[in-house]
Design a protein around this ligand. Structure first.
Ligand code: FAD
Ligand code: SF4
Length: 367
């Protein structure tokens, strides 16, 4: 069945799809978001590890190729809100020299943009979604920007212990920037520090898409169609223009949604899958894949049991609201090597709440 044509159809109601929807709907575009999972509301969310599995990945894993292939589903979500319904809400920023890895370290590539190009957006998103943190303190490693809209979260006993240990080792820490309300913000309540963020925050203190951009999008008239699984992007006979998407609705019936623009926001691993599935005689290898490289460079960031990642999953039994902080590199490299803290490139800033017994973090991904 064909639905009435819209300006924009967005595949996926997660963090990315919500931002597109909010911006485009506010600009007056007719927007439909197709989401394969259920239409979660805050009131559906239950603080239970068993229940929480419902909002986690529900489809088969991707088998990554390479020397050591492994099945990968972890960084995903299921239903309206997507992965950010149960994420840890750490909002760290890249640093200026992260954009110049080639020039500064002779590895990889420099970015064609700089920190200064993205900095205004970091500040805007922090205001939009509500970030708690101490922007001034972060100036030890990044240029000044706008203050965060809320002060940092509380520091609890285990945070104090980390602070003491790191101070003794010469590692400077600052409060983690997190998308959680340390105070009431934009009609949403302050966090009560009960530590259930990893299965979805039912109070709205965690800045998930339902209470931020998706809410804005709906207010501006965007329609969210849940239980609608997109299978293909459709193109015209010449193969040079998208015309919409094919999807299967809650009754498993085939539908077509015509649109002038298609936005794939189904998660970085699902988007290529959809494009590879959209072959035609004009696109024998899938859409945007004349090079044959579509998804070939996708990289799994193995976050299980590791603490060597930018924000990452904290180690097991640590709190979901801990974040990674970094000592200022200039200051560190200026220091005599004997005074440098070992393995200090990224240190855990355990300045956020909750006893570890409550914050065990999510278990392994559902199989
Ligand atoms: C446990 C966990 C903790 C995290 N912690 C942090 C953190 O602290 N800080 C941080 O910055 N990031 C964190 N992340 C990562 C962050 O949450 C994700 O990168 C981000 O939410 C991805 O958003 P997205 O819109 O790209 O994809 P998703 O949120 O995965 O949204 C994609 C949506 O598309 C839907 N979909 C998929 N295929 C189809 C289809 N064929 N048809 C229709 N709909 C479809 C899915 O159901 C899903 O709702 C965390 C992630 C997880 C899982
Ligand atoms: S700890 Fe705070 S942000 Fe997390 S679920 Fe509880 S109230 Fe929500």
């Amino acid at each position: 069945m064909a639905n009435e044509k819209v300006d924009v159809v967005i595949v996926g109601a997660g963090a990315s799809g919500s931002v597109f929807a909010a911006v485009l709907a506010k600009a007056g575009k007719k927007v439909v978001i197709l989401e394969q999972g259920p239409d979660w509301q805050l009131t559906d969310l239950i603080s239970s590890d068993f229940w929480g599995r419902r909002i986690k990945p529900a489809s088969g894993p991707f088998l990554l190729e390479g020397k050591n292939p492994f099945g990968y589903v972890y960084q995903a979500g299921w239903g309206v809100g997507g992965a950010a319904l149960h994420y840890f809400a750490n909002f760290p920023r890249l640093l200026p020299n992260d954009f110049k890895i080639k020039s500064e370290h002779g590895r990889a590539l420099d970015w064609p943009i700089s920190y200064q190009d993205v900095a205004p957006y970091y500040d805007k998103v922090a205001q939009d979604v509500g970030v708690s943190g101490d922007a001034k303190a972060e100036e030890i490693w990044r240029p000044a920007g706008a203050p965060y809209p809320m002060p940092p979260m509380k520091t609890f006993r285990h945070g104090e212990i980390w602070l003491k240990g790191c101070e003794a080792a010469g590692i400077r820490l600052v409060p983690a920037a997190v998308g959680m309300n340390s105070t009431d913000y934009k009609g949403r309540p302050a966090c009560i520090y009960d530590g259930w963020c990893h299965v979805g925050c039912p109070t709205g203190a965690l800045s998930n898409p339902l209470v931020t951009y998706l809410g804005d999008a709906k207010k501006a008239g965007a329609e969210v169609r849940a239980l609608s699984t997109v299978t293909r992007v459709l193109t015209n006979a010449q193969g040079n223009k998208v015309t919409g998407v094919e999807y299967y609705d809650a009754k498993k019936e085939r539908q077509v949604q015509d649109a002038s623009v298609v936005v794939l926001a189904a998660w970085s691993a699902q988007n290529p899958r959809l494009m590879l599935n959209s072959t035609t005689d004009k696109h024998a290898k899938g859409l945007a894949n004349s090079s044959g490289l579509l998804s070939a460079r996708a990289r799994g960031r193995c976050s299980m049991r590791t603490s060597r990642t930018t924000w990452a999953r904290p180690a097991r039994n640590s709190c979901p609201t801990t974040a990674m902080a970094r000592p200022a590199r200039k200051a560190r490299s200026a220091a005599p090597s004997s005074s440098r803290a070992p393995r200090s490139r990224r240190a855990i800033s355990a300045v956020s709440p909750m006893p570890a017994s409550i914050c065990s973090g999510p278990t392994s991904p559902p199989s």
